[in-house]
Design a protein around this ligand. Structure first.
Ligand code: KIV
Ligand code: NA
Length: 266
């Protein structure tokens, strides 16, 4: 099966919603691939995999290693890889060097970067040189220190106008799709209606052109998740139950049983 292409994603504007989930490992990619149009190797792996307090310390090395694993584990979905904090904001040349390394080392189809009007020249530079770029506006976690937290965006008129201008600027610069994160629903609806490329929501609106969630959040890996997460599983419960059952068996010498041991031949 041929992978979902970037033009095919662009063609979904206003059509059947795009399905996107995060993946950081080959096995998770294998399990999600058939169900998704896009697999995102998000820099959320900083918190989810590495236990970091934010995405700010995530490195290009991490994104390349996990990105390559996700590409190896999938054959259907388009794989998009987050550019980590500090790898693109200095300008187009820095961004291209970082993006080229990500594309070459992973085989991914595209990169994603956070920001609006200020990042438009970077988006244009990459897009015009064979690197498809997905934008990310609204609640942009790499700017947590500037934003003052992870609260919803667009509650004031001025903030709404800024986020709309940000999305328009990176769409005009050539972004093939834009993630709108943590924006109040009416603003998300306006973004979906007014931006020419697909707008993929997270904590946004059901009327976006697609949805994305952090897979571990929707699987129920964590006790505390943002309000916008719907839980579709209880993986933490399943793991806890399995670990407790294993521990009890080991302590009772109930594992291994004859089925799990090697006997001499004949
Ligand atoms: O890093 C990430 O997982 C993301 C998505 C939540 C959009 O950027
Ligand atoms: Na991210």
């Amino acid at each position: 099966m041929k992978r979902v292409t970037i033009p095919a994603i662009q063609g979904r504007k206003g059509g059947e919603p795009l399905v996107m989930l995060t993946a950081y490992t080959a096995r998770m990619a294998q399990l999600l691939d058939a169900h998704c149009d896009i697999l995102l190797v998000g820099d959320s792996l900083g918190q989810v995999i590495y236990g970091l307090p934010s995405t700010l310390a995530v490195t290009l090395d991490m994104m390349c290693a996990h990105g390559a694993a996700v590409v190896r584990g999938s054959y259907h979905a388009a794989v998009v890889i987050d550019m980590p904090f500090g790898s693109y904001e200095a300008g187009p040349a820095q961004a291209f060097t970082s993006a080229a390394r990500i594309m070459a080392e992973t085989g991914a189809a595209a990169v994603k970067l956070e920001g609006g009007e200020a990042m438009a020249p970077v988006v244009a530079f990459l897009s015009q040189r064979g690197v498809p770029v997905m934008g990310h506006v609204g609640l942009t976690p790499q700017a947590v220190n500037a934003l003052g937290g992870y609260g919803a965006r667009g509650r004031s008129e001025a903030e709404q106008a800024k986020i709309l201008a940000d999305a328009k600027a990176i769409a005009a610069a050539g972004a093939f799709a834009i993630v709108a994160e943590g924006v109040i629903e009416p603003l998300a609806d306006r973004l979906a209606a007014e931006i020419a490329c697909p707008v993929i929501g997270i904590g946004a609106s059901a009327r976006c052109d697609g949805q994305v969630l952090v897979t571990e959040d929707m699987l129920g890996m964590f006790e505390r998740v943002p309000r916008f997460v719907k839980r579709y599983g209880d993986i933490a419960g399943a793991i806890t139950d399995a670990a407790a059952a294993y521990a009890a068996d080991v302590r009772a010498r109930a594992f291994p049983t004859p089925d799990q041991v090697y006997r001499p031949k004949g």
